[in-house]
Write a protein that binds this ligand. Structure first.
Ligand code: AMP
Length: 376
């Protein structure tokens, strides 16, 4: 067991690591973050910040030797980095899980092999593969690069055979997957945690609205049937068990009109849709991650109240510094900012959370709060 006052190492240094570090410091742990940047969202609240490349294995060794356990807030860490760290410290979740989930092809192959529901897909290397695959899957469909994709990056929707050649050329020889376009009714996620003894905790079903492929609003509880709720949680539990997972995990789903759940992605870490647990739950997704990787029991994932979260992207700064007082005047609204200096459009800068009597009321409040803080 890794007790308070020990040092937890975190690969990655964004907002997920920052909120993890806040929870870890609350419980008396020290945090050491490792990433290629400095003065990062995580580094600003961590005790130690190492700025080095993930492939600088000497720096990785020094880092791993200096901490009591290693975890992640970012899954696109090269395998060689994780393998090196694992020689000097315990690493949770395991490197193989990151290896599987950081690549869409490996992730979808895992889903297929283990009979987890997902959209039909094909592996694409050549233009011929793509032509054949569009014939099998049909239009519309979505072409996604296999590696390093998030928030809709590296993906193109193909509407007809006319789009095939350009979409293939745009891949620039990167390996890809073609998947069916799903006419979903809504998108939902299950954020859950599993500890070293195999105990499981979850936050039920969270409903997510995306704008331009980026998460905009999440709310919980989601508006879904009991059947969908039970099935989504069971799928998440089975995935965690199949991986022998330790830490916080998020499974993102498409929910179709006929109530079929299809897994879109697995995030082997706390997730944007779980940010609302920070204010709304007895134990946040970040504290669960800490407890799990340190070998402590998981906490209660009970909600104090229904909740909603809205992301604040850099776009909100376009008309100047947002008017924070306007949002904070609204009762039940909580502001989270990630300490990023430059507000680029599309960059996640912070979020607002609201608690209310129903999740729909909470959505209205966070939307009004975001509206209120934008000038002009
Ligand atoms: P991803 O980066 O794969 O999570 O995709 C980001 C968002 O794009 C998803 O949350 C969906 O809103 C949309 N999207 C991705 N893949 C599909 C698909 N196969 N069918 C319909 N919408 C999709």
């Amino acid at each position: 067991m890794i007790l308070p006052n020990s040092v937890v190492g975190v690969f990655g240094s964004g907002q997920l690591g920052r909120m993890f570090a806040i929870e870890a410091r609350k419980m008396g742990y020290r945090v050491h973050t490792f990433s290629p940047e400095d003065d990062t969202p995580t580094g600003q609240v961590a005790d130690y910040e190492t700025c080095a490349d993930y492939e600088d294995l000497e720096a990785v060794r020094e880092f791993a030797e200096s901490v009591d356990v290693v975890t992640f807030e970012f899954e696109n860490v090269p395998s060689v980095c994780i393998e090196t760290a694992a020689q000097y410290a315990e690493v949770f979740p395991k490197g193989e899980i990151l290896h599987t989930t950081q690549n869409r092809l490996r992730e979808k192959t895992f889903l297929l092999r283990n009979n987890f529901p997902h959209a039909p897909f094909r592996h694409i290397v050549t233009l011929e593969d793509l032509r054949k695959a569009t014939g099998e899957i049909g239009f519309p469909c979505v072409l996604k690069t296999a590696g390093f994709g998030y928030d809709g990056k590296g993906q193109t929707k193909l509407k007809s055979a006319d789009d095939v050649e350009k979409a293939f050329a745009d891949l620039k020889n990167q390996e890809a997957v073609l998947e069916a376009f799903i006419e979903f009714e809504k998108e939902v996620s299950v954020v859950c945690a599993r500890d070293r003894k195999g105990n499981f905790a979850h936050y039920g079903v969270i409903e997510n609205d995306h704008v331009r492929h980026i998460l905009d609003v999440s709310f919980a509880p989601a508006i879904v049937s009991e059947k969908v709720y039970v099935e989504a949680v069971e799928i998440a539990r089975n995935i965690a068990e199949t991986f022998d997972y330790v830490g916080t995990l998020c499974v993102e789903f498409f929910l179709t009109k006929d109530e079929k759940l299809l897994i879109n992605e697995i995030a082997p870490r706390p997730h944007n849709s779980g940010h609302l647990t920070f204010d709304a739950c007895v134990t946040s997704q970040f504290e669960q991650q800490l407890r799990a990787v340190c070998g402590l029991p998981l906490g209660s994932s009970e909600f104090y109240k229904p909740a909603a979260m809205i992301n604040l992207l850099g776009d909100v700064w376009q008309t100047g510094e947002p008017d924070w007082t306007k949002a904070l005047e609204l009762p039940g609204v909580k502001l989270h900012l990630y300490g990023k200096a430059e507000a680029r459009p599309g960059r996640k800068m912070g979020h607002l959370t609201a608690l209310a009597e129903t999740s729909q009321k909470a959505v209205e409040i966070v939307k009004a709060a975001k509206q209120a803080l934008q000038r002009g």
